[in-house]
Design a protein around this ligand. Structure first.
Ligand code: ADP
Ligand code: MG
Length: 301
C-alpha cells in the first residue's frame, strides 16, 4: 500500500515510528507537511498539490494534526476524503474532538461516564453554574486548551466566580467541571485502535500538581485496566468516530469518567511506558480496513 502521514515535522517521535511501522510491513510512505499542501477544488476532480505537483493517489492517510492547525489540517484531510482516500481519523471526527464541550455533549448522549460539566456564556448565572457541578473545589477549562494549559482548579466558590468572570471578560469559552479529587492528580491514557484498547498508561502529575499532563512534568507507568475502563474507552472512541485516538479517563468513586479524547495521540509516552508497538497496530488496522471511498461522513460536513 501507499500511505501518507500528514505531519508538520518528520522528526517527531510519533511520525518517525509510524513511518518505521509502514516500511517494516512492506508498504510505501510519504510524509507530507500539512501546511504546505494546497487544494484544487475543481468540480468532480478534487486533488491535493504539494510543491508544484499533484500528489499521487494514496490508499490511506494518517493525519497528525496539531491543535494550532486544526482548521487547515482538517481541510486537507477532507480533501483527501473527497478524493476517496481512506482516512484513519475522518476530518469531521477530528474537528469534534478539538472542542471539549462538543465532545462531552456527544459522549453524554451515549451514557458514557463524565465529570459533571456546565457551560454558560453570560456572567448572570455563574453562582448556579458552580452549584450545579457540586460547588467548590471545581475545575475551569478553556474549551480549546491542550497540554494542561487553560485548566484551572478553583478551591473556593469565590475564587471560581472571579476566575469565571475573568475568562468571560476576555471572551474566552470555558466549561466548569466537577473536580474528581479521588483521582489524586492521575489519569489513565487508553490508546484505542480500531475499537480496541491496544495500550494504556497511568500518568501521575508532578508533586503538588492536579494536572497529570506529561508536558506539565507528569510521569507515566504501565497500568492494568478494569473491564469497565476498557469498555468506557472503546465506547468513547466509537461515539467520537475515531479509529485511532487517546481516551483519557479519571478513576472516580462513580467509575471511570472520560475527560477528553485526543485524535492525534502521541506515541512516545505510551510506547516507552508499555514497551508495546502501538505504531504497528495502527498500520495493521489500516491494512485490514483501508478501502476506497470509505469515509462515513462524506457529504455531511
Ligand atoms: P488538556 O486538554 O489541556 O490536557 P484536560 O481536560 O485533559 O486538558 O485536563 C488536564 C489534566 O487536568 C488532566 O489530565 C487531569 O489530570 C486534570 N483534570 C482535568 N479535569 C479534571 C477534573 N474534572 N477532575 C480532576 N482532575 C482533572
Ligand atoms: Mg488532557
Amino acid at each position: 500500500m501507499k500511505i501518507a502521514i500528514l505531519s508538520r515535522n518528520e522528526n517527531l517521535y510519533s511520525t518517525r515510528r509510524l513511518k518505521e511501522a509502514i516500511l517494516a510491513r512492506g508498504h510505501e510512505v510519504d510524509i507530507i507537511d500539512t501546511l504546505h499542501c494546497y487544494m484544487d477544488i475543481t468540480s468532480s476532480r478534487p486533488a491535493v498539490r504539494f510543491h508544484g505537483e499533484e500528489l499521487p493517489k494514496y490508499d490511506a492517510i494518517i493525519p497528525r494534526i496539531g491543535a494550532s492547525v486544526t482548521f487547515y489540517g482538517t481541510a486537507v484531510a477532507r480533501q483527501f476524503e473527497m478524493m476517496g482516500t481512506f482516512n484513519i481519523n475522518e476530518s469531521v471526527a477530528i474537528s469534534r474532538s478539538r472542542d471539549k464541550l462538543r465532545s462531552l455533549q456527544l459522549l453524554s448522549r451515549k451514557g458514557i461516564g463524565l465529570p459533571r460539566t456546565g457551560f454558560a456564556s453570560k456572567p448572570d448565572n455563574i453562582k448556579d453554574l458552580i452549584k450545579n457541578v457540586g460547588g467548590a473545589p471545581l475545575v475551569i477549562k478553556l474549551l480549546e486548551g491542550t497540554q494542561g494549559i487553560g485548566v484551572v482548579l478553583a478551591d473556593t466558590a469565590k475564587a471560581a466566580e472571579s476566575i469565571i468572570e475573568a475568562f468571560m471578560g476576555l471572551k474566552a469559552n470555558i466549561l466548569v467541571q466537577e473536580y474528581i479529587k479521588e483521582a489524586g492528580g492521575a489519569d489513565i491514557r487508553c490508546l484505542v485502535v480500531g475499537g480496541r484498547v491496544v495500550a494504556a498508561m497511568k500518568r501521575q502529575g508532578a508533586e503538588g500538581e492536579f494536572r497529570s499532563n506529561l508536558h506539565r512534568g507528569g510521569s507515566a507507568e504501565i497500568v492494568k485496566l478494569t473491564k469497565e475502563e476498557r469498555a468506557t474507552a472503546v465506547n468513547a472512541a466509537k461515539a467520537m468516530g475515531l479509529n485511532f485516538c487517546g481516551v483519557d479517563l479519571l478513576r472516580s468513586h462513580n467509575g471511570p469518567m472520560v475527560m477528553e479524547v485526543n485524535s492525534s495521540p502521541g506515541l512516545e509516552g505510551i510506547e516507552k511506558a508499555t514497551g508495546l508497538d502501538v505504531a504497528g497496530k495502527v498500520i495493521e488496522f489500516i491494512e485490514k480496513n483501508a478501502r476506497f471511498n470509505a469515509t462515513k461522513t462524506k457529504g455531511r460536513g
